[in-house]
Design a protein around this ligand. Structure first.
Ligand code: ADP
Ligand code: TPW
Ligand code: MG
Length: 576
């Protein structure tokens, strides 16, 4: 067996993998080339697959995950063995945690040598390491099994609760040859990889009965609801029932944030006061205080309906009185048919009280957004972003950081489904540029990345990737000289404090190094002009937005999660 396809009737591993991906409509690969997959990336490109080559595998992996969320097709990340594989693994684990479908394909070393631990080039038992961090992991050893391997990877990523899948392809596989006709026949076009899962009729009745009896109902939309692409039915359910709703961060825009029934501006009030809460594609994890405690008001009063595709999610934190197991599209449409034409809207005492609080909070926020402090505050800079997104509602917003994340989430309204990508379930830094590249590549729409200066640093080198592919990405670095703020001091002198960066760094100049547009913005007007130009030109742009270094708080809004030492700080002798 050789890597050259000698006769027209022969095919090989390279081509079978490419053909299997194409057969299944997987037309984009996010990768970093190297042994044993360099030639594969060339051949894939030559066969018409879009190959986006990154500077680090973690960002290629994050791009694959975001592509999976946006398209409901598994995003494909391709890496080299051991170190490249490990670099991609963080993204695979994160995708699984977020329920995003992706497939990490890694080349690997020779099985015989790896299994005897004889010290191969980049030796590592990758399959065993990947297994606990993803939904499923497979290895293909024979060219004739490539079709099955890819089909199993696609089904595992997409069916049920979506997630990450690992596919191990040893170097030798790529060069294996086989009869072209037999090879073609061995490939599988996956039929209905995410089959509808219709909820049991009695579970629908149970949910409707509970909802009907509610005096203070609330709908909570999560990123599962955004992923499900059941936008029209979800909106119809909310509007026909008249129930106030709260979007989790990536469900923002499923209905426009300006919708009259959005209770986002009265979040703490509705979480504490609601009597029946219907979760649609949202888990009761830490982001929702596990469904209990002060956030949720009086103890043991709350009654829950939960729509989810994963039956084992139910009762994971508190008792769920009415579980509705199925895909969100089917569940919501079953509820809609059950609701009929004569559904009584929630009592005005409830909706009126929400409106009152909303109005109060929104006018308080409007007053803050109008202020024009110098240097800019998070709020004043974000008021510009808010206005830009309002005039470009089809732009995709990527968002990471601590204060930069928390303020942006509440200030920047979203108007369309799946236009917001952020740090997700783990609150992970480093998704920024990978998500931005994927959003631009798979949608062709403008991308606005709102990045804390620390958050940006995790994937900052990918600005070269953004420039290389000339993607319509406008990065705004909220530069407050550090993590949370730029004002910490080391009591001993010497090294700077661990949260503090170089003062007044010019991230915009970094962008210029690769031919992108770099702008230094110290006022709202400068920021507005730069963002508007970036969006109308479509040129890769980085705006260094100077933010007051004293403005942030530790960990943004999750300060309380930091453990506190009971010991008093030791009195230290400061150096003379
Ligand atoms: P958020 O962080 O926005 O609260 P989570 O990631 O916690 O959202 O929850 C998403 C939930 O959506 C997961 O429990 C997942 O099983 C579920 N889910 C994802 N896709 C679907 C679907 N098509 N149908 C039903 N449930 C889904
Ligand atoms: C992979 C811990 C949470 S938020 C953050 C870090 C390092 C950066 C906050 O600073 P930034 O934002 O981005 O400048 P701002 O506006 O508050 O100044 N490593 C990973 N994930 C996380 N969450 C961390 C570290 C962290
Ligand atoms: Mg910062």
């Amino acid at each position: 067996m050789t890597s050259d396809v000698q006769s027209p009737e022969q095919t090989d591993g390279f081509h079978l993998v490419i053909d299997a991906l194409k057969l299944n409509g997987l037309d984009t690969i996010f990768c970093v080339p190297g042994i044993p997959i360099t030639d594969f990336t060339r051949k894939a490109q030559a066969e018409g697959i879009r190959v986006i080559s990154f500077r680090h595998e973690q960002h290629a992996g994050n791009a694959a995950a975001a592509a999976g969320f946006l398209t409901r097709k598994p995003g494909i990340c391709l890496t080299v063995s051991a170190p490249g594989f490990l670099n991609g693994l963080t993204a695979l684990a994160n995708a699984t945690t977020n329920c995003f479908p992706m497939i990490l394909i890694s080349g690997s070393s020779e099985r015989e040598v790896v299994d005897l631990q004889q010290g191969d080039y980049e030796e590592m038992d990758q399959l065993a390491i990947a297994k606990p961090l993803c939904k499923a992991a497979f290895r293909v050893l024979h060219a004739e099994d490539i079709g099955v391997g890819i089909a199993r990877a696609i089904r595992s990523a997409l069916s049920g609760r979506p997630g990450g899948v690992y596919l191990d392809l040893p170097a030798k596989l790529f060069a294996q040859t086989m009869d072209a006709e037999a090879g073609k026949k061995s490939l599988i076009k996956v039929v209905d990889p995410a089959p509808r899962q219709i909820p049991a009729p009695d579970s629908v009745q149970r949910a409707l009965a509970l909802l009907k009896g509610a005096k203070r109902p609330l709908i909570l939309l999560g990123k599962g609801a955004a992923y499900a692409q059941a936008d029209a039915d979800i909106r119809a359910l909310v509007e026909k029932t008249g129930i106030p709703y709260l979007p989790m961060s990536m469900a923002k825009g499923l209905l426009p944030d300006t919708h009259g029934q959005s209770a986002a501006a009265a979040r703490s009030y509705v979480l504490a006061e609601a009597d029946v809460v219907m979760l649609i594609g949202a888990r009761l994890n830490w982001l929702l205080s596990h469904g209990k405690g002060k956030t949720w008001g009086a103890p043991n009063q709350k009654r829950f309906i939960q729509i989810d595709i994963a039956p084992t999610e139910i009762d994971s934190n508190v008792a769920i009185e009415a579980p509705l197991i199925g895909d969100i599209g089917s569940c919501v449409s079953a509820l809609l048919s059950g609701i009929g034409a004569s559904w009584a809207k929630p009592p005005v005492e409830w909706t009126g009280a929400i409106t009152e609080r909303k109005d109060k909070n929104l006018s308080k926020m409007a007053a803050t957004l109008e202020l024009e402090p110098s240097p800019m505050s998070f709020q004043s800079a974000l008021s510009v972003v808010r206005d830009v997104v309002k005039t470009h509602p089809d732009a995709i917003v990527v968002n990471e950081g601590a204060n930069t994340l928390d303020f942006a989430r509440s200030i920047v309204d979203m108007y369309q489904p799946r236009k917001r990508l952020d740090v997700g379930t783990w609150g992970i830094m480093g998704i920024g540029m990978g998500f931005a590249v994927a959003a631009a590549v798979v949608t062709g729409k403008p991308v606005i990345a709102i990045e804390g200066d620390s958050a940006f640093g995790f994937s900052g080198m990918e600005v070269e990737t953004i420039c290389r592919y000339n993607l319509p990405v406008c990065i705004v670095v909220f530069n407050n000289n550090g993590i949370y703020k730029g004002t910490d001091v080391n009591p001993l002198g010497g090294d700077v404090a661990p949260t503090v960066f170089i003062k007044n760094a010019r991230y915009d100049i970094m962008m210029q190094a690769f031919g992108g547009v770099g702008v230094h913005a110290t006022t709202r007007d400068e920021l507005m002009t730069a963002m508007s130009e970036a969006i109308s030109s479509g040129k890769p742009t980085l705006i260094n937005a100077v933010i007051d270094e004293t403005a942030g708080t530790e960990s943004g809004r999750i300060t309380s999660l930091n453990p506190q030492s009971v010991a008093k700080p030791k009195a230290v002798a400061l150096p003379a």
